[in-house]
Ligand binder design. Structure first.
Ligand SMILES: Cc1cc2nc3c(=O)[nH]c(=O)nc-3n(C[C@H](O)[C@H](O)[C@H](O)COP(=O)(O)OP(=O)(O)OC[C@H]3O[C@@H](n4cnc5c(N)ncnc54)[C@H](O)[C@@H]3O)c2cc1C
Ligand SMILES: NC(=O)c1ccc[n+]([C@@H]2O[C@H](COP(=O)([O-])OP(=O)(O)OC[C@H]3O[C@@H](n4cnc5c(N)ncnc54)[C@H](O)[C@@H]3O)[C@@H](O)[C@H]2O)c1
Length: 468
């Protein structure tokens, strides 16, 4: 028997759920397929567990480093309890992403792997499904490079690290991208020794000026970073691992976490039967997120483009507008923020200075202000970091912030770039004192102060003072 739907969605992660929720509530006959756990990577093995373990590490760090504020403590770390916190947070969010909730919204949830059998047909669990529109939201998984010895060595990934019951004594992290850096600091703060082995440089996608602030914090906390380090082979067994680097150096530890990038989940979908093209594993999409089969859309981690939960959710909105409202909405990631949740956090939106220069943007100007000059940061003893605003001919094209709560402080800049606000509008409000958010005004003041306090203005003021 064939089941017919208006819309079929493959994958119940951040992207698929946002489409399913919109489509079902707007009255489309909706089917949602999920092969594994509802909620996808973000809830089960990604953002939620990583931010929860970061919170545990942060608590330990505050206890250890508050002596300047007159508070001295050496934390006792119950690693199993920290991991329980991780699982409690996942469990507390899970109902929001559950099959029951989505059935309640009107979607039919099929907990089976789906594959294309033709341009508009899918097979799941031996049943055939057709839909007028299909959305692929199958996400990604850890990229495992064929490093000699790795397959024979027990290794962790972001999918398995949450099952640890005991704290690794010495965690080696392969890859210094988002996952590697965030987890390095969290585990270090919970008491593990941590070494990062990075083929290139850490946090290569971010502004090196801002990364240097994070690097200093990681160094001070005792994380050992090996950069430009090519691994020749890996050996080891339970509780013992040894990496031999191409330059002959050895890095030894008790556990290894592989965080060397992502592989898109597109290889087991029968895409060729539906006429859907990929480019190095990523589904090719146009600006409306349509694949080479125009009735099929691809969103989130599985398509070419940025891989974040908020990007997948944004894509979901674009697809709803195209499919449900028939508006030819186009995706643009120009105003997509990204945050690395280290301490200090590093947040960006728009272009970094290097991106602006590489793209040949005219009249580049950089405005900066230091967190060390912010009164709240002083009170909190959190002086590390700064704001860096990138202007092109006076227009805001990017902003990066490194410092405490940078992920919160980037919000107004995301709005500014999304809405094309002028720099003067970023000063056109009253900032409460004392807040870290005053860094926005401190940054913009770098532009306006020289324009206000100059000889010409002083001359005008000199004339005005003679008025009655
Ligand atoms: C450790 C870690 C930390 C992260 N932290 C952040 C963060 O702080 N902020 C942020 O924005 N992003 C973060 N991310 C990235 C974020 O998790 C992803 O960008 C996001 O989950 C992508 O959503 P998605 O819907 O595209 O895919 P996913 O969430 O991966 O969902 C895809 C779903 O499709 C299912 N599926 C696959 N194939 C099939 C099939 N054939 N049939 C049926 N179902 C199928 C999968 O089982 C999965 O449930 C993090 C990622 C990791 C790994
Ligand atoms: N805060 C966040 O928003 C957040 C957090 C975690 C993950 N994510 C998302 O998940 C994605 C995946 O994260 P990731 O850290 O796995 O990937 P990544 O692409 O960010 O970093 C992978 C790193 O591994 C290095 N590498 C690759 N092969 C290597 C090898 N053989 N030896 C040593 N180093 C090697 C790369 O040079 C790179 O620096 C991110 O790009 C991001 O989109 C986001």
């Amino acid at each position: 028997m064939t089941h017919n739907y208006d819309i079929a969605i493959i994958g119940a992660g951040s992207g698929g759920l946002s489409v399913a929720s919109g489509a079902a509530q707007l009255g489309l006959k909706t089917v949602l397929f999920e092969a594994d756990r509802m909620g996808g990577d973000c809830l089960n093995v990604g953002c939620v567990p990583s931010k929860s373990i970061i919170a545990a590490g942060h608590a330990a760090h505050i206890a250890r480093t508050s002596d300047k504020l007159g508070v001295t403590a050496e934390p006792t770390i119950d690693f199993a309890r920290s991991m329980q916190h991780v699982h409690d947070v996942i469990a507390s969010i899970a109902p929001h992403d559950s099959a029951e909730r989505f059935q309640g919204l009107g979607a039919h949830v099929v907990q089976q792997r789906a594959r294309f059998t033709g341009p508009a047909t899918l097979d799941a669990g031996g049943e055939t499904y057709t839909a007028r529109r299909i959305v692929i939201a199958t996400g990604s998984r850890p990229m495992i490079f064929p490093i000699p010895g790795l397959a024979e060595t027990p290794y962790l990934t972001n999918e398995t690290i949450w099952d640890l019951k005991e704290r690794p004594d010495h965690l080696i992290i392969l890859g210094g991208g988002n996952i590697g850096i965030e987890l390095a600091q969290a585990f270090r703060r919970l008491g593990s020794r941590v070494s990062i082995v990075e083929r290139d440089i850490i946090m290569a996608k971010d502004d090196p000026d801002l990364v240097s602030v994070v690097r200093t914090a990681l160094d001070e906390e005792g994380i050992v970073i090996h950069e430009n380090a090519e691994v020749e082979r890996i050996d080891g067994g339970a509780g013992r691992v040894a990496l031999t680097l191409k330059d002959g150096a050895n890095v030894t530890g008790t556990h290894v976490l592989v965080a060397t990038g992502r592989r898109r989940n597109t290889d087991d979908l029968g895409l060729e039967l539906a006429g859907i093209e990929t480019e190095r594993g990523a589904i090719r999409v146009d600006a409306r997120l349509r694949t080479s089969n125009k009735k099929v859309f691809a969103i989130g981690d599985c398509r070419e483009g940025p891989q974040f939960t908020h990007a997948a959710g944004y894509d979901g909105g674009i697809v709803i507008r195209n499919i449900v409202f028939r508006i030819p909405a186009k995706a643009s990631y120009d105003a997509l923020p990204w945050v690395t949740f280290t301490d200090p956090e590093l947040a960006n939106v728009g272009m970094t200075e290097r991106m602006a220069r590489d793209r040949g943007m005219p009249g580049i100007q950089i405005l900066q202000a230091a967190m060390a000059d912010n009164d709240r940061a002083k009170a909190e003893d959190k002086p590390m970091g700064r704001i860096k605003i990138v202007l092109s001919k006076g227009k805001i094209v990017g902003c990066g912030i490194v410092g405490t709560s940078a992920g919160e402080l980037i919000h107004p800049w995301s709005l500014a770039i999304a809405q094309g606000l002028k720099l003067s509008q970023m000063t056109g409000y009253i900032a409460p004192y004392p807040t870290l958010g005053e860094i926005t005004k401190a940054g913009t003041n770098q532009y306006f102060t020289p324009k206000l306090f100059n000889d010409r203005v002083r001359w005008i003021v000199g004339l005005l003072k003679h008025l009655p």
